[in-house]
Each structure stands twice: as structure tokens, then as C-alpha cells.
Design a binder for this molecule. Structure first.
Ligand code: SAM
Ligand code: SF4
Length: 443
């Protein structure tokens, strides 16, 4: 009997990158590989990369370098590198020189070719295949993993926005929407395999369907997904503020499964920096959307992404970002120091901000947001929230965890049988990130 083959998939970056990693793992499952986390005994290691910031790239390069030892010990081990880092213009040659122990290189547009590339490498040949553009909107590989409670579902690929700091449109191509029927069918299949919650993914979900003739609205897609029996919850990311419509806010208010959580990246609170970023909205416009959300969805939580130290950012610009944190009351903010990305307009802008200043601003922003998050969670104490029970807590497997509709993590005591169901929890304690609750009732 031939030995079982093991695959380890390491993935970095956003949910879209995670979804790509799942596709690659599913392709290897169809090729007879078992998924493990055991690098020492792997026959195939896939590293699915991200290049949004330099820090992510450095970490990944370090990891790829570390894999050389494993390859030296086991020459039959195959190493495959995929994703955004490989797709960057001119990156392949540089990466191949730096990591000659890698067997397979592939970009973001040809993931579905992975099994063919795997076979081509059987002879020991080094394989590299990167498409400059997607040849067509390839359907996501359906996932067959059973009993997975939550799943990410791509509804579109690429981005047309070209924010001046961002590499994504350069490595993911132009926006392409998947057909509503294909998306609904994928979700029905996931639900048949036990999935209870889906997160619909796009770099700017609010422009979903604008590439169809006639155009199709994201809010209509949400209403269709809301009809799928046995699905309990629907989430979506990311909403670009410039395209968030009243119709979408109304759809969230109407849909029973649609969670009242909007991830609305601000990036900066200063109008002049927003203009240099090519974000196409002002702080006033952003605030007008926040007010509409607060009016129609009073329970909604808001989360955001913020960049500090964009070229030319003055102390006053930065103060305006802090002021937005004070006015919006985000439940969480993902905060980043601006990172120069070669080939983007911001990389050649004058007045790049020194690292020390960026670090100080990041610290200040994070401590303000931590206080906001803490206060917001404190206000939840004593109230009851609907939670989807996800499974044992990572820190204490004797307890359970789940998330509120607003995507806030709660830890609590309860029986294993309620995993996968909606329960009502009363909040007892709150820190900056996690809540502790007690079971009130199971639905
Ligand atoms: N499409 C999403 C949007 O428009 O908000 C974001 C996708 S990007 C993968 C996630 C976040 O990374 C962005 O919202 C931004 O805050 C951050 N980011 C992107 N490029 C960056 C850069 N060059 N330096 C620092 N942060 C960056
Ligand atoms: Fe990048 Fe802007 Fe597109 Fe988001 S919307 S992926 S930040 S270019």
C-alpha cells in the first residue's frame, strides 16, 4: 500500500487569501493528500502569500527561507508558493533567486491549475506559471470539508479603485463579479455540509454586479442569500464607503440572517490625506453614512481599517483621524503604518514620514481605540445577545466561544451539544476584546 501523503498549507493576509488557500488545500485533497499541521512530516508545503505591507512580505520570506532545512532533510518534499507576492510585476525572478529550493511558483489568477502544476513537478522539474491577467472568471473550487460552521465565499474578484497606497489592484486584477446563481449554489452546498454562517468576500462588495449587463445590486444578492434555508447568519466584507448605498443599509435592516456589522475602512480622518489616497470620499461623507447606519440599525457595530503615516500626513491630519475614532465609536480598528509598495503612486510621493513618527502615531491610535473598544464592551454588561456557538475556546477548551451578531467574541460555559446553534447569552464581564457571558437560553 502506498504511503499516505500529507500537505501543510500556510496562509498569510486577508480572507480572500485564506479562501484561496482553502481552494489549494481542496485541490490537494482531490489529489490524495491529507491536511496536517506537521511540517516535519509533510510531503507538500504550500505557502500562500500576501504583499499588502512590507512587514508581511519579510515575515513570509523568512518562513520560505526556513523551509530549506526541511527540503535538505527530505528531497522528496515539494514546496509550492502562491498568491499576491508572486503575482507582483517582476517579483518571480527575484524570488526564484532567493529561494531556489522552491518547486512550484504560481500567481493569483491560475490557482485552479494547481493539480497540473503539481504533476509537472513530479519529474523534479521546477515549475513557474503566472498569468498576467485572469483568462476568465474562474469559479471557486467548491469545498467539501464537512461540519465546517463558517465559510468564506468569494462573490467577486479584483479591485478597480486604485487607492494610491495599495498593491491589491496590481496583483488581483480588475473587478469581476461571480454570477448570483453560482454564489447561491455554492452556499447551498456549504449549508448541506453543515455550514451555518457565510462571509461574502470582495475588496469592495458594494460594487458587486456593476460589471453585469444590466447591472445587479449587492443588496439584491444579500436578499437572495437571506432566503437559503438552514443558513443562520450572513456577513460580508469589505464595504468601500464611497459605494455604500441606502438600499444596502435597508437590506441589512430587513434581512433576518444579515448580521448588523459593517466593516467600513476609514483609512484617514483628514480630507487632504483622503484625496491623496484617492479614496473618493470626505470625512463628512463618511460621517453621513455612519449616521444613516446608526439611525436604521441602532444595534450595528462598526469596524474599520486605518493607515497612519501616509506621505505628507501632518500632526493636524493625524489629529483628525483620532477625532474620527472619538466620534464613530468603532468596536474594533485594524491599524497599520503606511508601507511603501513599489509600483503604487504613493511610493514615489514626497514627504515620506519617518518610521519613528509612524510608530508613535500608531501607538497613540491603538491606545485610543483600545479604550473605545473597552468602553463599548463595558456598556454590553448585563444585556443579552444572540451568539452563534463556534466551539471550544482556544485559551480554555473547557469553555465555549461564539460571536454576537456584531462580531464580538464571547466566552462562556455550556454543553458541547449547542455548538453550531444560536443561543442567548447575558454578558457578565468585559475586557477590550473578549466578553464573558452566561447562557440564558438555547434557540
Ligand atoms: N479592499 C479593502 C478596502 O478598501 O478597505 C482593503 C483591502 S487591504 C488587503 C486591507 C487594508 O490594508 C486596507 O484597508 C488598508 O488599511 C491596509 N493597506 C493597504 N495597503 C497598505 C499599505 N501600503 N500600507 C499600509 N497599509 C495598507
Ligand atoms: Fe486596495 Fe483600495 Fe482596492 Fe481596498 S479598495 S483593495 S484599499 S485599492
Amino acid at each position: 500500500m502506498s504511503k499516505e501523503k500529507n500537505v501543510v498549507t500556510l496562509t498569510y493576509g486577508c480572507q480572500m487569501s485564506e479562501r484561496d488557500a482553502e481552494t489549494l488545500t481542496e485541490i490537494t485533497r482531490q489529489e490524495g493528500y491529507n491536511r496536517t499541521n506537521d511540517l516535519e512530516n509533510a510531503d507538500l508545503i504550500i505557502v500562500n502569500t500576501c504583499c499588502v505591507r512590507e512587514s508581511a512580505e519579510n515575515k513570509i520570506l523568512g518562513k520560505i527561507g526556513d523551509l530549506k532545512k526541511l527540503k535538505d532533510n527530505n528531497p522528496n518534499l515539494k514546496i509550492a508558493i502562491s498568491g499576491c507576492m508572486v503575482q507582483q510585476p517582476g517579483a518571480l525572478e527575484r524570488l526564484q533567486k532567493r529561494a531556489p529550493h522552491v518547486d512550484i511558483w504560481m500567481g493569483t489568477h491560475n490557482l485552479h491549475e494547481f493539480s497540473e502544476l503539481l504533476h509537472r513537478s513530479d519529474t523534479g522539474a521546477k515549475v513557474a506559471e503566472i498569468w498576467q491577467e485572469p483568462h476568465e472568471t474562474k469559479e471557486s473550487t467548491p469545498l467539501a470539508e464537512k461540519g465546517k460552521l463558517q465559510a468564506n465565499v468569494n462573490i467577486m474578484y479584483g479591485c478597480d479603485n486604485f487607492c494610491s497606497y495599495c498593491i491589491v489592484p496590481h496583483v488581483r486584477g480588475r473587478e469581476r463579479s461571480r454570477k448570483p446563481d453560482d454564489i447561491v449554489q455554492e452556499i447551498k452546498n456549504l449549508v448541506a455540509n453543515g455550514c451555518k454562517e457565510v462571509t461574502l468576500l470582495g475588496q469592495n462588495v458594494n460594487s458587486y454586479g456593476k460589471d453585469f449587463v444590466p447591472p445587479y445590486d449587492f443588496a439584491d444578492l444579500l436578499q437572495e442569500v437571506d432566503q437559503i434555508p438552514d443558513l443562520l447568519r450572513i456577513r460580508f466584507i469589505t464595504s468601500h464607503p464611497k459605494d455604500l448605498s441606502d438600499k444596502l443599509i435597508q437590506a441589512i435592516a430587513k434581512g433576518s440572517k444579515l448580521c448588523e456589522h459593517v466593516h467600513l475602512p476609514l483609512q484617514s480622518g483628514s480630507n487632504s490625506i483622503l484625496a491623496c489616497m484617492n479614496r473618493q470620499y470626505t470625512r463628512e461623507y463618511y460621517m453621513s453614512i455612519v449616521e444613516k447606519i446608526r439611525e436604521l440599525l441602532p444595534q450595528a457595530t462598526l469596524t474599520t481599517d486605518i493607515i497612519v503615516g501616509f506621505p505628507g500626513e501632518t500632526e493636524e491630519d493625524f489629529e483628525q483621524t483620532l477625532a474620527m475614532i472619538n466620534s464613530v465609536h468603532y468596536s474594533q480598528a485594524f491599524t497599520f503604518m503606511y508601507s511603501k509598495r513599489s509600483g503604487t503612486p504613493a511610493a514615489s510621493m514626497e514627504d515620506q514620514i519617518p518610521l519613528q513618527v509612524k510608530k508613535q502615531r500608531l501607538q497613540k491610535l491603538m491606545s485610543l481605540q483600545n479604550e473605545e473598544s473597552y468602553q463599548l464592551r463595558q456598556r454590553m454588561i448585563g444585556k443579552c445577545y444572540e451568539v452563534l456557538v463556534e466551539g471550544p475556546s482556544k485559551n480554555n477548551p473547557n469553555r465555549l466561544t461564539g460571536r454576537t451578531r456584531g462580531n464580538i467574541l464571547v466566552v462562556f460555559d455550556g454543553p458541547q451539544e449547542i455548538i453550531g446553534s444560536l443561543v442567548s447569552l447575558r454578558i457578565l464581564e468585559a475586557g477590550s476584546w473578549t466578553l464573558v457571558g452566561e447562557l440564558v437560553e438555547s434557540k
